[in-house]
Ligand binder design. Structure first.
Ligand code: URA
Length: 320
């Protein structure tokens, strides 16, 4: 047998590193934001409990391990490439990195404001916008949410802002980020088919998301990011002024209706949704198309919800 040489070992280590990278790309992690993984939930909790500690100089970085990384079979990936999964169906990948050494950051945005301040700022600024075009321009210049610095494009809306029905999803994925419009990928195609089944298309519906920038690697938007972006989607709803709002999936449903119920319990119901001027419209909770792509048997539930939507639109047709 041929003896193991240094160049063989290098080749093996390189192959192992490449397969480790492939694993991340397969899992949807396609943007490196830092050299270490961060647990933002733990950071936010630590920040809430204690004043931010003084920064200490970071200890010298350890050299990269010389040992080849262990080969593991790639796990079955749940979402299809470029496809998003709603909050409750995404998995956290275990981190192989040691915990971050730097002091916890006390904010979730690149502009340096605390999340509460950024959300207050967002609300005050959004309230001043009197048209959807103004709101979109405001969002293009808004730097209070860190997601805008990693996204390629702002994903503001698609469809007809005069429509009587407005669909709101969670956050853009890779296709939407590239194109700059919501629901462009596989879940968007399914949403189009679901709308078509009740006679709607993008000329008779308005479509947006709770968060208008793609979270890197299709991770879930954090609660801080949602609270910063929420005033914008709320103002967008007010300005579009639909008769009926449709919340696609748990994050949109929980953010816009205030329910804490999981989507399988929350769906199939109308919730009152109060606009800024005090008027009330109805918000229907239903399943996210990305979930239906993974659980096609649940399409029958979504079909029930869409029939409720059609009946509501038919019933209030005279209103607009
Ligand atoms: N999923 C969403 O929630 N929104 C999109 O725009 C695309 C996929």
């Amino acid at each position: 047998m041929e003896p193991m040489t240094a160049s063989h070992a290098d080749t093996d280590a390189r192959a192992d590193l490449m397969s480790y990278l492939d694993f991340h790309v397969e899992a949807g992690v396609d943007a490196a934001l830092d050299e270490r993984a961060h647990d933002r939930f733990a950071e936010a909790e630590a920040a809430a409990l204690a004043p931010a500690p003084r920064a200490e100089p970071a200890p010298p970085r350890e050299p990269l391990p010389r040992e080849p990384l262990p080969r593991e079979p790639l796990p079955q990936r749940d979402p299809a490439p470029g496809e998003d999964a709603p909050l409750e169906f995404r998995r956290e990948l275990p981190s192989r990195d040691p915990p971050p050494r730097e002091p916890p950051r006390t904010y979730g945005n690149a502009a340096g404001a605390k999340p509460g301040e950024a959300a207050d700022d967002a609300r005050a600024r959004a309230a001043q916008m009197t048209t959807l075009a103004e709101l979109e321009a405001l969002l293009r210049g808004f730097e209070g949410c860190g997601l805008r610095f990693t996204a390629k494009n702002l994903v503001f809306a698609d469809g007809n802002p005069q429509a009587r029905v407005m669909f709101v999803g969670e956050a853009p994925g890779a296709d939407e980020d590239r194109i700059g419009k919501p629901f462009m990928g596989r879940s968007g195609q399914l949403l189009d088919r679901m709308m078509a089944a009740i006679g709607l298309d993008r000329s008779s519906a308005y479509i947006s998301n709770v968060v208008p920038w793609r979270p890197p690697g299709n991770r879930n938007p954090t609660p801080q990011e949602i609270s910063i972006c929420r005033p914008f989607v709320e103002r967008q709803i007010e300005l579009a002024d639909p008769d009926i709002l449709v919340c696609l999936g748990a994050p949109a449903t929980q953010t816009l209706t205030g329910t804490k119920d999981g989507i399988l319990k929350a769906r199939g119901r109308f919730y009152p949704y109060r606009l800024g001027d005090g008027r009330e419209i109805r918000a229907l909770a239903t399943l996210h198309p990305a979930y239906l792509l993974r659980q096609p048997v649940q399409k029958r539930l979504a079909w029930r919800d869409f029939r409720m939507l059609k009946a509501a639109l038919d019933g209030s047709a005279a209103g607009r």
